[in-house]
Write a protein that binds this ligand. Structure first.
Ligand code: 13P
Length: 250
């Protein structure tokens, strides 16, 4: 019932030229991919190029962050309506790099989720614990708190309009993937947390795994009952690796 999604998060990488080559490579290989949905989340300045290249391709695109405000005097910020203006379907909210380097709190992330949703974008809500938090045994407490901020602001039904990405911070860009069992345990907890408010929403919401996902570990992760796809950083910058993950998910 849940349609798998594989989304790339390019982070602050690429150039006009490298992105053109990357998307040419992805488009050329999409014929062999049968995962339900594929998307890439690009740096804002390249979004017009991405739109031009991906329109009609079957690959969706999106942003990596947005403002919680609709418009106005917010220098440097990007509104949900602007992403939509360039054909975006998705926007990442609350990535751990935003939480860590830009001081985004659970409440700020919840407001961004709300802004995306109000505009008709699909927010990809990132949650996950640091290594220190895992070692302290508070993983569930941390992801529950991050999730509950959105439920408190928008109501549990708001999760019908978004996607959750569980990204253990210690697995991001480190080459240390959570084992399929470790990941499944947290995914099941997240789904259970949603189910405590609404079983129907819990059954439908997609929960992606992110953190050093590669072609050779994707299949085992995505085979788990509560893992509905991936949010891919480093491996999404290489067409062959990204397609490999898409194939594994399909
Ligand atoms: P890596 O795949 O590079 O570990 O990054 C994961 C991530 O942060 C995706 O948002």
């Amino acid at each position: 019932m849940r349609q798998p999604l594989v989304a790339g998060n390019w982070k602050m990488n690429g150039s006009r030229e490298s992105i053109r080559e990357l998307l040419d490579g992805i488009k050329a290989g999409m014929g062999d991919v049968n995962v339900a949905e594929v998307a890439v989340c690009a740096p804002a300045v390249y979004i017009a190029d991405v739109e031009a290249q991906l329109s009609g391709s079957g690959v969706a695109w999106g942003g990596q962050d947005l403002s919680s405000e609709a418009s106005g005097a917010y220098t440097g910020e990007i509104a949900a309506s602007m992403w939509l203006d360039f054909g975006c379907r998705y926007v990442i909210v609350g990535h751990s790099e935003r939480r860590t380097y830009h001081g985004e709190t659970d409440e700020m992330v919840a407001r961004k989720y709300a802004a995306a949703r109000a505009a008709g974008l699909v927010p990809i809500l990132c949650i996950g614990e640091t290594l220190e938090e895992r070692e302290q045994g508070i993983t569930e407490e941390v992801v529950a708190r991050q999730l509950d901020a959105v439920i408190a602001l928008e109501g549990v039904a708001a999760l019908n309009d978004g996607v959750i990405a569980y990204e253990p911070v210690w697995a991001i860009g480190t080459g240390k993937t959570a084992s399929p069992e470790q990941a499944q345990e947290v995914h099941a907890f997240i789904r259970g947390r949603v189910a405590a408010s609404d079983a129907g929403v819990a059954a439908g919401v997609r929960i992606l795994y992110g953190g050093s996902m590669k072609p050779d570990n994707a299949e085992e992760l995505i085979a788990k009952a509560d893992i509905d796809g991936g949010l891919i950083g480093g491996a999404s910058l290489n067409a062959g690796d990204f397609l490999g993950i898409c194939k594994a998910a399909g």
